[in-house]
Design a protein around this ligand. Structure first.
Ligand SMILES: C[S@@+](CC[C@H](N)C(=O)[O-])C[C@H]1O[C@@H](n2cnc3c(N)ncnc32)[C@H](O)[C@@H]1O
Length: 291
């Protein structure tokens, strides 16, 4: 059963098993107890891709720098919530200054909504430039005190074809592994991979994982096999894993399969319902945050 609850403003939330929060990531994070989650696995919205028409949504900032600063502020709060030996696994998409960034024809029914979806070319960049958002964010987090421990190339063997004739078609995204401390929990043996000539070898930094569409979600959902190694390497059974951009709740699904507890935060009520239905029967609770 899904429990719907309204919690009082400013109250620190007492954790009691896996929980799902409807609200803005930063607002909810501020109410979570310090050093309570061992691992965060998340994928924030792309910059300038789509407008869901919800106040507080991330991705519609006028400049790329504002977008990155806002994410850094959220991850500062994530750091407080992480245990000293905790790890953040962060997937973030890139884009170009022009083309393929979600430009839509004006929405006649709701003209305000279509506005702002196509940001200006950032200062210092030219038309056709790759934005480089993943690395800009990684460096900003490093400057903010995070230890940047690994860049993982998520290779997508089934990547969408692109009709471009003046550069290679993109078939990868980055997944960054960041830690709060110099020393942290990492179960290397749990995430070994098959070696070429049999047996197992230390996991490497290129992970081939096919993308999979999840019906009902209007954004890219995590493939379960992309995030399973993150959870297995950075937690033990019973630990809490947090996803502040929960979407359809894939992190919750893998947590239940691996006997971990999850905390999901999602702003869009439609996705909260989607995730709750997907996790139904798995004792998840919907906690609504008072505005
Ligand atoms: C790329 S999707 C995450 C998909 C997720 N990894 C999955 O497997 O389904 C990003 C999500 O962030 C949500 N979001 C946008 N702004 C937010 C905010 N301020 N606080 C919390 N969630 C937000 C969006 O509604 C969207 O569901």
């Amino acid at each position: 059963m899904i429990e719907v609850e309204r919690i009082a403003r400013q109250e620190t939330i007492a954790l009691r098993g896996s929980m799902l929060f409807e609200g803005d990531a930063l607002t909810v994070l501020r109410r979570l107890p310090a050093t309570s989650v061992r691992c965060v696995v998340t994928s924030p919205p792309y910059w300038g891709l789509r407008d869901y028409g919800i106040a507080e949504q991330i991705g519609l900032e006028a400049s790329m720098h504002q977008f990155i600063n806002r994410l850094v502020a959220i991850f500062t709060e994530v750091k407080r919530v992480l245990t000293e030996d905790g790890t953040l696994w962060l997937n973030i998409g890139d884009g170009y200054t022009s083309g393929n960034r979600g430009y839509r024809a004006p929405d006649k029914k709701n003209p305000a909504r279509a506005m702002g979806v196509r940001p200006e070319t950032p200062e210092g960049l030219k038309p056709k430039d790759l934005l480089g958002i993943p690395w800009r964010l990684a460096f900003a987090l490093q400057d903010d005190g995070w230890y940047l421990r690994s860049d993982i190339v998520w290779h997508k063997p089934n990547a969408q074809p692109e009709s471009v004739k003046d550069r290679p078609a993109r078939a990868h995204e980055y997944l960054f592994m960041l830690t709060r401390s110099e020393r942290y929990f990492y179960d290397w043996a749990a995430v070994r991979e098959p070696a070429d000539h049999g047996g197992l070898r230390n996991r490497r930094s290129v992970w081939p994982v096919n993308t999979r569409a999840f019906a009902g979600a209007h954004f890219a959902t995590f493939p379960t096999e992309l995030i399973r190694p993150c959870i297995l390497a950075s937690t033990q059974p019973g630990d809490y894993v947090l996803d502040p951009f929960f979407g359809s709740g894939t992190v919750g699904l893998v947590c239940r399969q691996e006997q971990r507890q999850y905390l999901g935060i999602e702003l869009n009520p439609e996705y909260v319902t989607l995730a709750a239905n997907r996790l139904q029967g798995l004792e998840s609770q919907v906690i609504r945050i008072a505005a």
